[in-house]
Write a new protein. Structure first.
Length: 281
């Protein structure tokens, strides 16, 4: 007998509880967030004690039977749901048939410092959730060991930020709500050099690489998409570095600049023998 949905009404209490997680105040209250689509749900199921509940259409449950199995093995409650129910919970225009409910997984800033990270991305006053998630993804790809979101930045668990991270949210420690002054001071005490990324910075990224100054532990501070970093934040850092524009482009967007800076540091650290290759186990 073919499977049939057990949840067919958007008015179901379970559906209502999931739907409200699209709002920040309920996420904060319940310390739960939504992970949508097969990639995010698979990553959540593989992250210990994170995936609490999973809603899936019958079609998605058949197509992604392996993910359903992983979710059940992780202890998550799995519900077959009508497509209208999934659409009601989802925050995307075209839902992919899987929506998970996950526990918050941010890491205390003190734990990040104790781990003596060599490459960190600090998001200072970054308000766009898509940019925040994409920078997190870039940091993960470059082999960074942590990301810090300051207290003036967007909610890490905003559905757009979660989607833009494409699963990287589950891969590396992320601290949230840290005042930028505290983030910079703590990282400096941990022996990390602090670089501010600013298109108008006096120091050129190419020059920094040529001088061989980027092989040690480094944290990059990235600012607001529209107005960058304020002077008081730049003053806290060890250097203010610009990505050189060799062509006619007016500027780089936040995520692109972050990718260039993080990969420059990752390469310099590997060249100096101070950081393992991201291809190594």
């Amino acid at each position: 007998m073919p499977a049939v949905p057990e949840l067919i009404s958007p008015r179901s209490p379970r559906v209502s509880a999931a739907r409200r997680l699209a709002r920040r105040n309920f996420r904060s209250k319940d310390r739960l967030f939504l992970a949508e689509g097969p990639q995010a749900v698979r990553e959540a199921a593989g992250h210990a004690d994170t995936l609490v509940e999973l809603f899936a259409t019958v079609d998605a449950a058949e197509r992604y039977a392996d993910i359903i199995g992983e979710a059940r093995a992780a202890g998550a409650r799995v519900h077959l749901a009508d497509e209208d129910v999934i659409a009601d919970i989802s925050t995307t225009v075209t839902p992919q048939g899987l929506v998970g409910i996950c526990r918050f997984l941010d890491t205390p800033f003190e734990d990040i410092l104790k781990a003596r990270p060599r490459l960190v991305a600090v998001l200072a006053n970054v308000r766009d959730p898509g940019n925040a998630g994409t920078v997190l993804r870039c940091a993960d790809a470059a082999g960074a060991e942590a990301v810090v979101l300051t207290d003036a930045s967007v909610d890490l668990y905003n559905p757009k930020a979660v989607r833009a991270s494409v699963g990287s949210l589950f891969h590396l420690p992320v601290a949230v709500g840290v005042p930028v002054e505290e983030a910079v001071a703590g990282l400096k005490v941990a022996g990390v050099r602090i670089l501010a990324a600013d298109g108008a910075g006096p120091d050129d990224l190419d020059d920094e690489l040529d001088k061989g100054t980027m092989g040690g532990p480094t944290a990059w501070v990235f600012g607001n998409e529209a107005w960058g970093l304020p002077e008081e934040t730049r003053a806290l850092t060890d250097a203010v570095v610009r990505v050189p524009i060799h062509g006619k482009a007016e500027s780089l967007n936040l995520a692109t600049a972050a990718a260039v800076c993080l990969y420059a540091s990752a390469r310099a650290q590997r060249a100096s023998g101070g950081c393992r290759s991201v291809t190594e186990s």
